[in-house]
Design a protein around this ligand. Structure first.
Ligand SMILES: O=C(O)c1ccc[n+]([C@@H]2O[C@H](COP(=O)([O-])O)[C@@H](O)[C@H]2O)c1
Ligand SMILES: Cc1cc2nc[nH]c2cc1C
Length: 366
């Protein structure tokens, strides 16, 4: 396997098309509804046009939820409300249609793909559809040991890139990106604190099913210890992911970068996706141009990460369920922006005297 050169992403990732964006703005000027009347949905529609290089914007018809799954050794410390190593049960609930994400995905008619990166169970216990990319059984306990070896981190990142290519090749037009994990908010908070230069108490939240004060203090201490291990490797993002990230986080980082290369817009879910996004931004500064923040989950680290990337969450209902639920809730909003942008009529000379005057003015120039 040739070694992965992360610097290549800087050249491979382009900006959404600025010329197309201006064309979209001009079309918006010609529509009967005054520009700006749709507030943020106007911006969203123009952004989608630029991302697709299409005016009018195409409807979002093939969205997909992509969830990277893994266990985290740090959960052994009692930093999660769930027992260490139990993420496979959450994955089964998603696939059985019984989790919050599964309910929303069914209601919105969006397919869900789950990718096992480091679940702590026998792979034979899981349906084959999640298999193919696992790099190990559970990521390491980041307060005292590396989450991954260098080789595992690289394999995980490549796995994420491969999944992004599969999605782009199969015509997915927007990805809803989330995670299924036990303990995942601890490495996510660590990565964000490391990259933002803040300390543990600022980024440590209560995680999935809110932990009590004692568990919060254990989590805070784990983030503090992991941060000490992160500092020496801050300049090398693959090494950072190996030291204090995890297989799911490394895969999500590779996934986000390759989605940007392939010009596939991504709606980020909560703190875990946002942590991977922040690492990806360090690798390629233009990459966040391809993402939307679906929601604000209320985890303090997530707000820090989004602020760094200048991403403003579309919704803010404080969902702690992970599994892409917050981003899924934002999907209909994004689809609505596309529909409004594409389907509101342009003024015609027959219907609108202002358009007639404009057309007359434009005439002599031709
Ligand atoms: O999206 C968030 O910001 C968020 C906040 C709290 C918890 N979660 C979800 O809860 C799971 C792990 O949480 P924890 O408490 O075990 O670290 C994982 O699947 C997360 O996606 C997610
Ligand atoms: C306007 C806009 C700017 C962005 N930059 C990154 N994601 C974005 C999404 C939108 C909608």
């Amino acid at each position: 396997m040739s070694s992965l050169n992360l610097d290549d992403f800087t050249d491979l990732i382009e900006r959404p098309d600025g010329g197309v964006r201006r064309d979209a703005e001009e079309r918006r000027e010609r529509q009967t509804l005054p520009p700006g009347a749709l507030g943020r949905l106007d911006e969203l529609g123009e952004w989608l046009s630029a991302a697709q290089s299409a005016v009018p914007v195409r409807p979002i018809e093939r969205p997909r939820v992509v969830l990277f799954a893994g266990d985290h050794g740090v959960a052994e410390l009692g930093v999660s409300a769930r027992p260490a190593g139990s993420a496979a049960a959450l994955v089964r609930a998603v696939l059985a249609g019984e989790s919050p994400a599964a309910v929303l995905a069914r209601r919105l008619d969006v397919p869900v793909r789950v990718v096992d990166m480091a679940l702590d169970c026998d792979p034979a216990e899981l349906p084959a559809e999640v298999a193919g990319y696992r790099v190990r059984r559970g990521s390491g306990r980041i307060d005292i040991e590396d989450a991954l070896s260098a080789e595992e981190a690289e394999r995980a990142m490549r796995a994420g890139m491969a999944v992004a290519d599969e999605e782009a090749d199969s015509g997915t037009d927007v990805v809803v990106l989330g995670d299924v994990s036990v303990g995942g908010t601890t490495p996510a908070a660590t990565l964000i604190a490391a990259l933002c230069g803040t300390d543990a108490s600022v980024v440590t939240g209560r995680g999935g099913e809110a932990i009590d004060d004692l568990a919060w203090m254990r989590k805070c201490a784990a983030v503090r210890d992991a941060l000490r291990r992160a500092r020496p490797v801050l300049g090398d993002q693959l090494e950072l992911l190996a030291t204090v990230g995890g297989a799911d986080l490394a895969a999500m980082t590779g996934f986000l970068l390759q989605c940007a290369v392939r010009r596939t817009p991504v709606i980020l879910d909560g703190v875990v996706a946002s942590a991977a996004a922040l690492v990806a931004q360090r690798i390629a500064f233009r990459a966040p141009d391809w993402w939307l923040a679906g929601h604000d989950s209320g985890e303090p680290a997530q707000a820090k990460a989004l602020d760094r990337m200048a991403l403003e969450p579309l919704l803010g209902h404080g969902l702690k369920t992970g599994e892409g639920t917050g981003a899924l809730l934002a999907l209909p909003l994004v689809q609505a922006a596309a529909a409004l942008s594409a389907e509101l009529p342009e003024r015609t000379t027959a219907t609108d005297p202002a358009a007639e005057a404009e057309a007359a003015e434009a005439e002599p120039a031709q």
